[in-house]
Design a protein around this ligand. Structure first.
Ligand SMILES: NC(=O)c1ccc[n+]([C@@H]2O[C@H](COP(=O)([O-])OP(=O)(O)OC[C@H]3O[C@@H](n4cnc5c(N)ncnc54)[C@H](O)[C@@H]3O)[C@@H](O)[C@H]2O)c1
Length: 474
């Protein structure tokens, strides 16, 4: 029997990971899209699917691929990288800057989490580095602009924990409706307080979701399965899942919902999106949940609305100011309203744990490591946060004398003409190029090459003044 973990991925004899998927395409990009989408994310929300007889490409002008993994990257990610035959050095912690500089000089790939700061000063020393994997959500620990300007791709994992957040919110809807937090605290203090007044079933109640993206859409399905009616408000016009209904304005959502939950990104438009006026517009005795970003809810206004009895309960996972580490830091020095909030009844406070599960960590390991492997072996930038997203379908075993040219260059006029002059003696089977700000990424598969022509092409491309980085895979 195949265990759940094995489904969707197996290894062929060439050592290349194959991501089993029946939707194989023969289009030049051969990428597939995620479900019709609500997700407002990248155009290439799906991933490339290597063809069944995909050729395992080797980089020209690079020996073994050396990988440095810091900050105890999840085992799932480590396994994928070592499984590729890369030389992987794994460290449990981050490194002080001088040691980091020493180590980064040597490697082609580095995997970090949030503590390692890859500043311009550090990256300047990373002469062999082609790609950075952030095994986390955020990427502000990396100087993305410097990396892009030097042809170093950066990948992260923004959506691996969507399900974890949705499940937390479901648990909070029931916990608020039944005042579970308060009953539990009373029992811990030795008090038996058996009450049913203002305790409700959630069946038949209306859940209003603000922001119907990765998390909002997951939540919609789970809430309906428990008998709730779901409405949502989003700036995009989106396909509703199940029998959920999109409403035209935030005000409509607030007026109709028994439970309101926020799942929008942090943007100037979403700052204090739920403030005094919005609490006024909510139903008497309704509930508010925020597991998105701390800036979205005006917490002083929430405290006021709870004290007045308008809002019957709230669950918060995120705050305008959050401590950098664990400890007794959730006080009035951090946020002026700290003790007022802590003193309220039927308020569930959690320390930004919406996405913190073993499953999410493991999914992050897989997602980022697979993106790194695709980038190193195939040059595909799908999901990169600092380079244009470019992909071509895999070269196959039937194309033994073909090579893939990757030319990262300054986004200035005339480059494509010069590159195509250099590639001109070969049949260019497929080619794609795109730019992002000052950097452009060109990928071309060419036929009829041998070692000496690859060397010649490499040197000619490297000599162009627009060059940022040249890679040839064959
Ligand atoms: N608590 C946690 O641990 C945790 C974990 C993961 C994500 N998050 C946060 O959850 C939020 C949602 O994440 P996601 O992955 O679902 O994001 P997403 O990008 O998939 O979806 C966000 C949705 O909000 C919509 N939106 C944007 N601006 C809006 C506005 N002004 N009004 C209404 N809708 C608007 C977008 O169109 C999109 O559909 C983000 O803020 C993210 O940082 C928190």
């Amino acid at each position: 029997m195949t265990s759940a973990k094995d489904i969707g991925q197996h290894r062929d004899t060439s050592g290349l990971n194959i991501f089993a998927n029946p939707n194989l395409s023969t289009s030049p990009t051969a990428s597939f899209q995620s479900a019709p989408s609500s997700h407002g994310g990248s155009l290439f929300a799906g991933r490339t699917v290597p063809l069944p007889n995909a050729k395992h490409l080797k980089p020209f002008a690079t020996e073994d691929i050396k990988v440095l993994l810091l900050e105890n990257v999840n085992q799932t990610g480590r396994d994928i990288l070592t499984g590729q035959g890369y030389q992987v050095e794994f460290l449990k912690s981050s490194l002080p800057e001088d040691q980091l500089i020493e180590k980064i000089r040597d490697v082609h790939v580095i995997g970090i989490r949030s503590k390692t700061k890859l500043t311009a000063r550090v990256l300047k020393e990373a002469r062999n580095l082609i790609v950075i994997g952030c095994f986390c959500i955020g990427t502000n620990q990396v100087d993305l602009q410097y990396a892009a300007a030097h042809g170093i791709a950066v990948f992260n994992s923004p959506f691996s924990n969507s399900r974890s957040v949705a499940e937390l919110v479901i648990s909070e809807i029931i916990a608020l409706a039944r005042q579970l937090g308060d009953r539990s605290m009373e029992m811990h203090a030795g008090t038996w307080n058996k009450v049913s007044t203002k305790c409700w079933e959630i069946r038949g109640k209306t859940l209003g979701i603000i922001g119907y993206g990765h998390i909002g859409a997951q939540l919609s399905v789970l809430a309906e399965a428990m008998g709730m009616s779901v409405i949502f408000y989003d700036v995009l016009n989106l396909m509703a899942l199940g029998t959920a209904q999109q409403v035209p304005t935030l005000e409509t959502l607030l007026a109709k919902s028994d439970f309101v939950t926020c799942h929008v990104p942090e943007l100037p438009e979403t700052k204090n999106m739920i403030g005094p006026q919005q609490f006024e517009q909510m139903k008497q005795g309704s509930y508010l949940i925020n597991a998105s970003r701390g800036s979205v809810v005006d917490i002083s206004a929430l405290i006021h609305a709870m004290r007045s009895g308008k809002i019957a309960g709230a669950a918060l996972d995120v705050y305008p100011n959050e401590p950098a580490g664990n400890g007794d830091y959730f006080n009035d020095d951090l946020n002026t309203w700290g003790s007022d909030l802590r003193g309220l009844k039927n308020v569930i406070l959690t320390p930004h744990i919406g996405g913190s599960t073993e499953e999410a960590q493991s999914a992050i390991g897989v997602e980022v490591a697979q993106a790194l492997v695709r980038y190193v072996n195939e040059g595909t930038t799908l999901g990169a946060v600092n380079l244009p997203e470019v992909t071509l379908r895999s070269l196959t075993m039937d194309e033994p004398n073909h090579a893939r040219v990757i030319y990262i260059h300054q986004n200035v006029p005339g480059v494509l003409r010069k590159v195509n002059e250099i590639l001109g003696d070969h049949n260019v089977d497929k080619q794609m190029t795109d730019s992002r700000d000052d950097v452009a990424y060109l990928m071309a598969d060419i036929s009829d090459v041998d070692n000496s022509t690859i060397k010649d092409l490499y040197e000619r491309l490297e000599s162009l003044s627009s060059r940022v980085m040249t890679r040839i895979l064959y």
